[in-house]
Design a binder for this molecule. Structure first.
Ligand code: KIV
Ligand code: ZN
Length: 524
């Protein structure tokens, strides 16, 4: 009996690298995508949606390489309802031991209007494209995008067509996060009961979190008969994001008494991958996020602390170690060597190359000199701050800032631009503004600042600050991060990191050619 046919088994379909990465600014590099896919495979995710191969050359390469590397997981690529998309997708996933093509079309009235197809024309298109995909691959998933706002009769009709054409998984997306739990369960239950052939396929649920109900809707869909949950690490995704993998996995574990389904995910790997996705996507996890937030297991109030000491079960429904959270330990002394650093990073889930380790070691030593106590979280922040050494067209050499009451702040900044040193002194409205102006004086650019965010990594006034900077230029959105005990230095570095990413993106795509320009609606 295969896993998918076990009645109590729910397949976990992770789309961090496709729907998650589609979130503006969350773009990951090729190496980062391969690393995340490796971690997903290792933690027991059943299906990895690795990308949208037709979207760009980069997506295609990433999906192909992930397909080649995968050990256990099914590797899936996304394709619109067009032969060209499907062929390109197949070319990328065919290298996998277990490939899957996922093809979709918007079926709700609003989405049908976009390609300007009548209901009958769309039904024909679905039949042709799913049949085409099935001729290439045994494992085909089909999605009626915006299913939860599609007329019931039409939804039944197109689902039946897709099943007849050979789809093996039918995914029911709540594309705009519109549904509610009772409705979500009911929709799947009725589809399974009423669509001919429904018993021969796996039904999947794909929920967005616009009303904060994505996890509840996904679990309700499982109660209604869905046996595949589509989700992302940290709930990464456009707008309010997707169903969070860590939430559904832990909910099914902790409340197995009322939700008697299991997944194949090793929950103890959750914290590591969560940190890694936050770092590479540049989307920090909110402190009070369920399961993976910094405060998810923190008990600050006196009453709670007292109760916890008497019996952790008073206030904890799961143990931190269940999700791989170990106490943020004091790392190592400042005399520890490189091998010890590599070991510690491995324990934290980071596999770093020799060059990256060299950079990290330098930064670690600097940090250990300045900061009394260096914790695991400090190291995680450092990994994020040094992850793209290979793409450093711009590098901060030094920064001095004069600021305080009684006058504008002044930043004196030295930077290397493609190996050549340059300096600038600029005044600004505060030290960060002055530093960013100095960077722009040396490296003029029109990128618009979309987000500037600072958070403390650990407690204490000597804590490192993690800074996230998101920039937009000609439709390209990039995110830079950095960490330092000096907030202004971290800010300048994060800005420079974002600019480095922008330079790489410019080289790959001309204006308007960015993969996000791909027309989702165009199915011709
Ligand atoms: O949200 C959505 O509808 C999607 C589809 C492409 C499955 O992501
Ligand atoms: Zn989606």
């Amino acid at each position: 009996m295969t896993a998918s046919s076990e009645k109590d088994r729910v397949l976990i379909f992770d789309t961090t690298l496709r729907d998650g990465e589609q979130s503006p600014g969350a773009t990951m590099t090729h190496t980062e995508k391969l690393e995340i896919a490796g971690l997903l495979d290792e933690m027991g995710v059943d299906i990895i949606e690795a990308g949208f191969p037709i979207a760009s050359e980069g997506d295609f390469k990433a999906v192909s390489e992930i397909a080649r590397n995968a050990q256990n997981a099914v590797i899936c690529g996304l394709a619109r309802a067009s032969f060209t998309d499907i062929d390109r997708c197949w070319d990328a996933v065919r290298h996998a031991r277990r490939p899957r093509i996922h093809t979709f079309i918007g079926t709700s009235p609003l989405h049908r209007a976009i390609p300007n197809l009548t209901m009958d024309e769309m039904a024909d298109r679905i039949h042709e494209t799913v049949s085409h995909a099935r001729n290439l691959c045994d494992n085909v998933q089909w999605s009626p995008m915006d299913a939860t706002r599609t007329e019931w009769d039409y939804l039944c009709r197109v689902v039946e067509i897709a099943i007849r054409a050979g789809a093996t998984t039918i995914n029911i997306p709540d594309t705009v996060g519109y549904t509610a739990p009772a409705e979500s369960a009911d929709l799947i239950r009725r589809l399974i009961a009423e669509v001919p052939g429904a018993g021969d396929v796996v039904f999947a649920t794909h929920c967005h979190n616009d009303l904060g109900m994505a996890t509840a809707n996904a679990l309700a869909a499982v109660a209604g008969g869905a046996r595949q949950i589509e989700c992302t690490i940290n709930g990464l995704g456009e707008r309010a994001g997707n169903t969070a993998l860590e939430e559904v996995v832990m909910a099914l574990k902790v409340r197995h008494d009322i939700m008697p389904w299991k997944t194949g995910v090793d929950a103890s790997k959750i914290m590591n991958i969560s940190r890694r996705v936050a770092t590479v996507s540049g989307f920090p996890v909110q402190f009070n996020k369920a399961i993976v937030g910094k405060n998810a297991f923190a008990h600050e109030s006196g009453i709670h602390q007292d109760g916890m000491l008497k019996n952790p079960e008073n206030f904890e429904i799961m143990r931190p170690e269940d999700v791989g959270l170990t106490e943020s330990n004091l790392v190592m002394g400042k005399h520890s060597g490189r091998a010890a650093l590599r070991d510690k990073l491995r324990q934290l889930g980071f596999e770093v190359g020799d060059n990256h380790l060299k950079d990290l070691f330098v930064r670690y030593k600097e940090l250990a000199d300045r900061k009394k106590e260096v914790y695991d979280d400090d190291l995680v922040a450092l990994v994020g701050a040094t992850s793209e050494a290979e793409n450093e067209h711009l590098q901060l050499v030094s920064l001095k800032v004069v600021c305080g009451t009684g006058g504008p702040a002044e930043a004196m900044l030295e930077m290397e631009v493609e190996g050549r040193e340059a300096s600038a002194t600029e005044q600004g409205d505060g030290p960060v503004d002055a530093s960013f102006k100095a960077v722009r004086a040396i490296y003029p650019n029109n990128a618009r600042l979309q987000l500037y965010q600072v958070s403390a990594v650990t407690e204490g006034t000597d804590a490192q600050a993690t800074v996230t900077v998101r920039l937009e230029e000609d439709g390209r959105i990039v995110t830079g991060t950095s960490a330092d005990t000096d907030t202004v230095v971290a800010s300048a570095r994060a800005y420079i990191h974002a600019l480095n990413r922008l330079i790489v993106r410019r080289a790959k795509t001309g204006p308007g050619e960015d993969r996000r320009e791909i027309n989702w609606k165009d199915v011709s």
